[in-house]
Design a protein around this ligand. Structure first.
Ligand code: ADE
Ligand code: ZN
Length: 368
């Protein structure tokens, strides 16, 4: 088995993926037509061409506008999971969605949540891939809207909803504004994460202290992105010591920023931070979970051994309960051992075929 095939076939989790950002251009165009939403273009090759991060945020919110009926939500969740299971052996995902973006067009929370759950269950039946949901605060709408959103999530509890997140442009909603929303969520037993220190924002807009505020003030057990943290060695050390997982995006919205992203991932790994390779907004950024692993592992010069360890350790960052986490870990270990038993083909990296016996079971991602 060659290096790229190994990385594609590796069993994976994805813990940072936005459902509105998972739609293939053809799906978004079809839903827009069905629901009378005007798009700036119906050319699938141009729909996801972004000028910058803010242009991307505008399109991802527009994508949400195209999803209206319960069947639409079910379709989006189904296509996200089944596509990733097929193309990159995704086994488990925790998926973001912004309830307030859909409410703007009059969709009520139970419609979206029950539609999504229907799609998750169908994907599980057809592809054996499991999904959970993370309602996410659009920080640009301010703390009051965020608190209302969290109250609604709590009023309509579903087992599949396991935590809350926060996204959007960071300097338009720094973490400390949202302490009350996060307190409400934690009191209801929800896990917490937030986007922080995204490298599309300057250090002034998204300073390293935002990561610490997310941990200390919001009670986040993991962080989405985190790259700008690298500017503060003391805070890097703290996050390393506390094994705080960073769900990093392999790809970004504009290609001119791509090398910076890979450089940052390289530096995060050198600093022994726990990283989990994720897709963020896969077709919008020109990736899928298999491609994300292939790109990052190639860029970081990881052996197949190290890539397999990363996939295994990423399970520690999930919000599964202990029983399900151990079950997923042993499923991954079995699959990896079977992959290892296949003969290596000559590639530039074929010297590094994984030895599953050497895979530790308790190490956080990035610390080997
Ligand atoms: N919403 C979807 N993707 C996002 C990202 N990478 N950053 C902030 N908000 C987002
Ligand atoms: Zn994101």
């Amino acid at each position: 088995m060659n290096y790229d095939t190994f990385l594609r076939d590796l069993p994976k989790v994805d813990l940072h993926c936005h459902l509105a950002g998972t739609m293939r251009p053809a799906t978004m165009i079809e839903l827009a037509q069905n629901n009378d939403v005007q798009l700036p273009t119906t050319d699938p090759d141009l729909l996801y061409a972004f000028d910058d991060f803010y242009d991307f945020l505008r399109v991802v919110r527009l994508a949400a506008e195209c999803v209206i009926t319960r069947a639409d939500f079910a379709r989006v969740a189904y296509e996200a999971l089944s596509g990733a299971a097929t193309s990159g052996n995704l086994r488990y995902a925790e998926l973001f969605f912004n309830p307030t973006d859909y409410q703007r067009q009059g969709v009520d929370y139970p419609t979206m949540i029950d539609g999504y759950i229907e799609g998750l269950r169908a994907a599980e039946t057809d592809h054996g891939v499991h999904g959970r949901l993370i309602p996410s605060i659009n920080r640009e709408l301010g703390p009051q809207v965020a608190e209302g959103m969290v109250r609604e999530v709590i009023a309509h509890r579903r087992d599949e909803v396991i935590g809350i997140g926060m996204d959007g442009s960071e300097h338009h909603g720094p973490p400390e504004q949202f302490t009350q929303a996060y307190r409400l969520a934690r009191q209801a037993g929800l896990h917490c994460t937030a986007h922080a220190c995204e490298d599309n924002q300057t250090l002034d807009q998204a300073p390293p202290s935002n990561v610490i505020d997310c941990v200390d003030k919001l009670g986040c057990s993991r962080i989405d992105h985190g790259y700008n943290l690298l500017a503060d060695a003391r805070l890097v050390q703290r996050c390393q010591r506390e094994h705080i997982p960073f769900t990093v995006g392999s790809h970004t919205c504009v290609s001119s920023r791509q090398q910076t992203r890979w450089d940052n991932l390289h530096r995060m790994r050198q600093a022994n931070l726990s990283i989990v390779i994720c897709t963020d907004d896969p077709p919008m950024f020109g990736t899928d979970i298999g491609q994300s692993y292939a790109s990052v592992c190639t860029q970081l010069n990881l052996t197949t051994d190290a890539a397999a360890q990363l996939a295994l350790d990423s399970i520690d960052a999930t919000w599964l309960d202990d029983t399900d986490r151990h079950r997923l870990r042993s499923e991954f270990a079995t699959t990896i051992a079977a992959m290892q038993n296949q003969p290596a083909q000559s590639t530039e990296r074929s010297d590094a075929v994984v030895d599953a016996n050497r895979l530790s079971t308790g190490q956080p991602a990035g610390t080997q």
